[in-house]
Design a protein around this ligand. Structure first.
Ligand SMILES: [Zn+2]
Length: 222
């Protein structure tokens, strides 16, 4: 059986990506990061999703709290009900080099558990603003880890799988539903709390995706 490491934030996209890895026949180890994000509500969701599937879950502590991002610093506000197109500029919710850092650790975990694939729920359609979510980034990264890991040098390079990279949010919801992913356990809101805010970029994209796909989002909103 193929082993895979799945980057799991606990959001809609990574939950659907994990469901896809399982559907692809992989034995999964999920990895999440406590990186100094302003709330850890999403980590609870990641835990719940892993429990749902009965897969191993590794949580890595990394303190990125001094990185300049609205997701890591209390003095920077998460944009709410942002005007205009969401994808026009790189938003303040971008965490500097986050996927570069997370993928490095995932590659190390791959070598440690003999996995030969990393699944990541990156997406360019609704969020073309994030440079580390683009296909050319993943292609370059795959080449880099092939050259910089024992697995790569020995002829078993780690592949980076991006199954939802060009899907719309509605298509991600449809795929998640088709795969039976526990989307009701996922958490997308940039703000913590018991209920999602419904107004941050992430909530708005999620709500729009469910609406367009014709499904009800079963998580609670303020
Ligand atoms: Zn929100």
């Amino acid at each position: 059986m193929t082993r895979a490491v799945v980057l799991l934030s606990g959001g809609l996209d990574s939950t659907t990506t994990l469901a896809q890895a399982i559907d692809d026949g992989c034995e999964v180890t999920a990895i999440s990061f406590r990186y100094g994000q302003r709330h850890t509500r999403e980590l609870k969701s990641a835990e719940d999703v892993c429990a749902h599937y009965g897969v191993d879950h590794v949580v890595i502590d990394l303190n990125l709290s001094m990185f300049r991002s609205a997701l890591t610093r209390d003095d920077l506000d998460v944009p709410m009900d942002r005007e205009g197109e969401l994808s026009e500029e790189i938003p303040i919710t971008y965490v500097p080099a986050r996927n570069i850092i997370f993928l490095s650790i995932a590659a190390g975990l791959c070598e440690s558990v003999d996995a030969d694939r990393i699944y990541i729920g990156a997406n360019v359609v609704d969020y073309s603003g994030y440079p580390d979510c683009r296909p050319e980034f993943f292609e370059a990264y795959e080449n880099m880890i092939a050259k910089g890991t024992k697995a790569g040098v020995e002829g078993n390079p780690i592949r980076i799988m991006t199954p939802i990279i060009d899907l719309s949010k509605a298509d991600i919801v449809r795929l998640g539903k088709k795969l039976g992913a526990p989307l009701h356990l996922s958490w997308s809101c940039y703000n913590g709390g018991d209920l999602a805010c419904g107004h941050c970029d992430s909530c708005r994209l999620r709500l729009k995706g469910f609406e367009e796909a014709g499904y009800k989002d079963e998580i609670g909103y303020e």
